[in-house]
Design a protein around this ligand. Structure first.
Ligand code: PEP
Length: 248
């Protein structure tokens, strides 16, 4: 059986709890799908009300981040126990904004991936190159390095069940979507890397998304590529357009 597509919205730091519930209610009828898994990844404070708002629908909820400890003196952080108890099934790990603005290293992200699995939360692990790296021709080497570091100690079974999002940094929030060929080339390389580290069966099962200015016009062509199993969507996930992306 082929891989099921998964389209996740990354709401980033945009919606107050009140706004988040209103957006969820607007999107519920638009993102109905029998064929695609739909996830809303929302700010920590929005998790509880959004989980409540989407009860009984096809939508799953994810966190945008989490810390590596269950509890303790880590002022301002949110733990895997908390997001799990609040109803999150997914968590975004290693978004380029976390890597860049909060100096999250691959070693730290590797701990987060492990923690997510310990608590039965599915990680959406992000990777991606800068424009300078692309222009220098080191994209594939860089992505392989990120994947290998972030997945150290993660079992084949765990990798089979997770989601990897390829998000070129130059395409995030810029309106500059990667071409389907560019996105496919990297997603294919990610799958080959998984095959190298694990085995063909694991590589066949892991779901790989593309993210970076995905919109209603570009989704169909991107998601039709053989190694692209859906998308991680930022800006367009805050609009009714997200419905058209899910139903590409
Ligand atoms: C993202 O930040 O995950 C993202 C893909 O953003 P955008 O769709 O706005 O480029």
């Amino acid at each position: 059986m082929g891989r099921r597509k998964i389209v996740a919205g990354n709401w980033k730091m945009n919606m107050t709890p009140t706004e988040a519930v209103a957006l969820a209610k607007t999107l519920i009828p638009l993102v109905k799908s029998d064929d695609v898994d739909v996830v809303f990844c929302v700010p920590a404070i929005d998790i509880v009300p959004v989980v409540e708002a989407v009860k009984g629908t096809n939508i799953k909820v994810g966190a945008e981040n989490m810390y590596i400890e269950e509890k303790g003196a880590f002022t301002g952080e949110i733990s895997p126990l908390m997001i799990k108890d609040a109803g999150c099934e997914f968590v975004i790990i290693g978004h380029s904004e976390r890597r860049e603005y909060f100096q999250e290293s691959d070693a730290f992200l590797n701990q987060k991936v492990k923690k997510a699995f310990e608590h039965g939360i599915t990680p959406i692990l992000c990777c991606g190159e800068t424009l300078e790296q692309r222009e220098a021709g080191v994209t594939l080497d860089w992505i392989r390095l990120q994947i290998k570091s972030d997945l150290q100690g993660i079992t084949a079974e765990q990798v089979s069940s997770m989601v990897i999002a390829y998000e070129p940094i130059w395409a995030i929030g810029t309106g500059k979507t990667a071409t389907s060929e560019q996105a496919e080339e990297v997603c294919k390389a990610i799958r080959e890397t998984i095959c190298e580290i694990y085995d063909a069966d694991t590589a066949e099962k892991v779901r790989i998304q593309y993210g970076g200015s995905v919109n209603a016009k570009t989704a169909a062509e991107l998601f039709a590529m053989p190694n692209i199993d859906g998308g991680l969507v930022g800006g367009a996930s805050l609009k009714e357009e997200f419905g058209s992306i899910v139903n590409y």
